[in-house]
Write a protein that binds this ligand. Sequence first.
Ligand SMILES: Nc1ncnc2c1ncn2[C@@H]1O[C@H](COP(=O)(O)OP(=O)(O)O)[C@@H](O)[C@H]1O
Ligand SMILES: Cc1cn([C@H]2C[C@H](O)[C@@H](COP(=O)(O)OP(=O)(O)O)O2)c(=O)[nH]c1=O
Length: 688
Amino acid sequence: MLGAASFGDWIGLLATGLFASAQFSNSAAQGAAFGGTIAVRLLPALLLGPIAGVFADRFDRRYTMVIVDLLRFLFYGSIPLVPLFGGSPALTVTWATIATFIGETITLIWIPAKEAAVPNLISKSQIEVSNQLTLVTTYGITPILAALGLSALTAGVQHSGVSLPDWAQPVQLALYMNALSRLATALVVFFGIREIGGKSAERRAAAEQSMSRQFLDGWQYIGRTPLVRGLVLGIFGAFAAGGVVIGAARTYATSLGAGEAAFYLLFGTIFLGLAVGIGLGPMIVKDLSRRRWFGMNIVLASGSVMFLGLAFHLSMALVGALLVGAGAGMAFLAGTTLLYGEVDDAVRGRVFAVVQIGVRMVLLLAITLAGLLVGLGSSRRVDLGAISVDISSTRVLLLVAGAIGIWVGIGSFRQMDDKKGVPILADLIGSVRGRPLAPPEEFVRTGLFVVFEGGEGAGKSTQVNLLADALRADHLDVVVTREPGATELGARIRGLVLDASSHEPSPRAEALLYAADRAHHVATRVRPALERGAVVISDRYVDSSLAYQGAGRTLPVQEIAWLSSWATGGLKPDLVVLLDVDPGVGLGRVSARGVGTDRLESESKAFHERVRYAFLDLAAADPKRYLVLDAARPAEELAGEVAARLSGMLAGTPAQSAPTSAFSKSASGESPLEEMAEVLDLDESPKS
Ligand SMILES: Nc1ncnc2c1ncn2[C@@H]1O[C@H](COP(=O)(O)OP(=O)(O)O)[C@@H](O)[C@H]1O
Ligand SMILES: Cc1cn([C@H]2C[C@H](O)[C@@H](COP(=O)(O)OP(=O)(O)O)O2)c(=O)[nH]c1=O
């Protein structure tokens, strides 16, 4: 029902503007009448908006809504009557302006009353859904219906060729519809939603205060709460972007070489985008942080406004308009839902008055200003071979408005980000897949985390020990560890998962057991060591799970990645040394060792092939973090390469300040570590 009323609102907005401009024949006067009438709708918000929230908090909301709607019915209904009773064009426009002004003014009291009433009718967990419904009907579906209805009405009448009586012209009909929708709302609220009426004890107590005190309290609350302040500004920004597009749509449609129909199409498409964004957005991003989503959407909406500025074909423009709408709608939804959650109950009515009224004001202001600005500028046609583009003030306006919007969006994202350090795109993709990323656990990390990965018998243990000995000989604080089984708990898990005699765990259970071992290992050994500045060398880490459980067992690799990231709190190694070897060679080395095979070693050749290529893929995806070595080469040579890579990384870590010995050239020249010692020679490094 409230949706039907806002249908009336929007059709009224369009219709009054068009109605006023239709009273004149020359195009300058038409433009002025259109802009002027719309500007009038915005004035009352400036004057009255701020106290409307107080009003809605003080008086019985049911009666407030009903009285306002009856008045709006009378005023809006009177507009089309003036010319019927012989009013001159000037008188008609004057009355349309005055009646619109009054109607718009009292609407300011209606909106906060409704907004404040709705939360009392629903439970907290349904707030986002309820906001979705309200917003889709207010800003999404109904304006589309309004624009479509109006253009269909106009087109239908033109095509049918019948001449309608004066009182039944399409625009007149639209105005009657607007008025009648108000009457209907009044009746429904009065007879149908009685629970809106009455006042809580708190509200009665608050009403004892003076109105001005209540008013000031509301503004002070917004001013001193950074999140609320940021949200309010961000919401306004998103709507300004949408407004600029609507305001510029007329000239913009012309610059695309498309006519009147394209204007309605663009207008409708923006609101279709709003509906789609508000309706489907939460379903798509699922549990993504709403604070992050808010900023992202402002950037999306603004970026799309810029895209519109560059679009040279109507189809591109429609895509842009759809995205502008979707971004603005999702920002508005995230913003209002956050506001419901973050705003203290006592001031909610006033905060929402500011938001609701501010949004209309910003929207209308942006529409009007954009309309005026594009009217002022001229346009020049530029030929680019196959295509020619209008470089017009409209496009410049869109580009500038979009750029400002992006700046606002990034600003509000930074201010409100509740997952600092989590990459944005990965977080978004993870959320869409149903697994938002957790922020990395905070800790001061001064050490260096080196991991050796590779298949069975690749020589990991050998290299781990060579590196550790070399670093220790240099008096570095070194912690050698491995997965699975480095902790007491881990040893028991290792037994469960690898014992050839124990029952084989199912693939998911196996993945969870490795993750459990890793979580405990990272929390109790790796992090503490890194915090104190040690070099931690681990035989296997996350990549083993991705390769063995993901590629080997063919569980979805993304899920394993998410599980590992959760288990480790997001801890990533500084360097992964991948010892790449043909599985045949590696397994041959293992059996030559003659200690019998564990459960995984006895897997098929195909399994080990998959594991090998999974490791190589991971390395290829992040070459900076990886050192890939051919593990068939002699162990000493490999150790030298590892040392070369580490020498650069060690410079600057606290571990480096230890005195040198094995790493200096003077150390034993016969040592198999000679090569490594040379590369790591700290005497030659710039810092020592
Ligand atoms: N580069 C190498 N070339 C030849 N044999 C090697 C090399 N590195 C290690 N080995 C031998 O291969 C076997 C497996 O090595 P190990 O370090 O235990 O591998 P992993 O820890 O990867 O299973 C051991 O007997 C080891 O002496
Ligand atoms: C860490 C980890 C190991 N594994 C497997 C790989 C190995 O086959 C096994 C134990 O690795 P490892 O300790 O290297 O065994 P070994 O010293 O006998 O070579 O566990 C996984 O499947 N997923 C994991 O996450």
